[in-house]
Design a protein around this ligand. Structure first.
Ligand code: HMG
Ligand code: MG
Length: 302
């Protein structure tokens, strides 16, 4: 039942860096993106049009869009989605020629309030003008649902609640729904139950798994979801990251670890593992640490 191919959506430059305390320059972010492209990545979330007061690390979103223009010309096959929580964010993305944006909701009220300062229902209302403007401008919209396997504020989340929010986003016109285990608490049977519930209301080929690896369960959870037909995975080079509004959350599952597992399963990604490891070493050196990825460290030790 496993897919033959998986599309990786790279989170490093956005989810990976948004929580970094030390400033990371636009130049370094762009160099990271160049290296990810060289490794064969085609979907790279590049920045977030969110409030610089809330997330200072993404304050260079306008500069990032300028810097991405020549990269886009050189690599038309690569897409750089950006986060847009409201119409103000969308306008910034549009001014920067974004071709894909993402709105982000949560399956829990507690996280919705902490992350985007409004209820789930209010967030859906805020997304409506974004969806309309995106449609007018021919821009694709991805939809995120956070806390699909647990919430740092509200605890357990019912799969039906995840399905409801996913369906709302899909009905609004999101082309794909990315399901976030924001705090990495899920385990495989729970992940499966969640995908089973969501795929009753959104086709499974429109779902992506966005798992943080806080408890070291992400690969096991991903394998469980691959068996159910999921074929899009969000991951972060070197395992960078964490969410500023999820206390203690660590990075997304490392792209190196996902690619290694998929290679072993004979599932194509189009990504060169060695070049990916190099990209992870580059950004980890800039941050003054080792990659979090187990695979990267194993490859480097050889
Ligand atoms: P708010 O305060 O409720 O909004 O913030 P507001 O409309 O009342 O505006 C307040 C101020 O923010 C105003 O500025 C606005 O201009 C400004 P002031 O008058 O005070 O100077 N503002 C903006 N500035 C830039 N870009 C914008 C924007 N909108 C308003 N788009 C808002 C609402 C959503 C903006 C705020 O709560 C925010 O920026 N939150 C940050 C959310 C965020 O980036 N979270 C991390 C990403 S999500 C994530 O990591 C989860 C994910 O990875 C999946 C998973 O793992 O689960 C996707
Ligand atoms: Mg995330």
């Amino acid at each position: 039942h496993l897919p033959k191919e998986v599309r990786i959506v790279e989170m490093g430059p956005r989810d990976g860096l948004q929580n970094e305390k030390q400033p990371v320059s636009t130049e370094v972010k762009v160099e990271l993106i160049k290296r990810l492209i060289a490794a064969g990545e085609n979907d790279i979330e590049a920045t977030a049009f969110v409030s610089p007061k809330w997330v200072p690390q993404m304050a260079d979103h306008h500069e990032m869009m300028q810097a991405l223009k020549p990269l886009k010309e050189a690599h038309p096959e690569v897409t750089f989605p950006v986060l847009t929580p409201n119409i103000k964010g969308f306008e910034g993305a549009l001014a920067g020629n974004a071709e894909e944006v993402a709105v982000f909701a949560a399956a829990s009220e507690g996280f919705s309030q902490k992350n985007i300062n409004c209820s789930i229902a209010e967030s859906i209302e805020r997304f409506k003008p974004v969806m309309e403007a995106a449609k007018e401008n021919g821009i694709k919209v991805r939809g995120y649902v956070s806390c699909v396997l647990g919430c740092p504020f509200d605890g357990e989340i019912a799969p039906e609640q995840v399905a409801k929010v996913a369906k709302d986003l899909y009905d609004l016109g999101c082309y794909e729904i990315s399901l976030g285990d924001t705090i990495g608490v899920g385990t495989p049977a729970k992940a499966k139950a969640m995908i089973e519930a969501v795929s009753k209301v959104v086709p499974v080929e429109k779902l992506a798994c966005h798992f943080h690896d806080t408890y070291g369960q992400a690969l096991a959870n991903l394998y469980a979801c691959l068996e159910l037909g999921v074929s899009t995975i969000d991951s972060s080079v070197a395992g960078l990251g964490g969410c500023p509004y999820a206390p203690g959350a660590t990075g997304n599952v490392a792209t190196e670890d996902v690619v290694y597992m998929l290679n072993g399963l004979g599932i194509k990604t189009g990504i060169d593992l060695d070049k990916l490891v190099d990209a992870g070493v580059y950004i980890s050196d800039e941050l003054g640490r080792k990659p979090v990825s187990r695979v990267a460290n194993a490859v480097l030790a050889k």
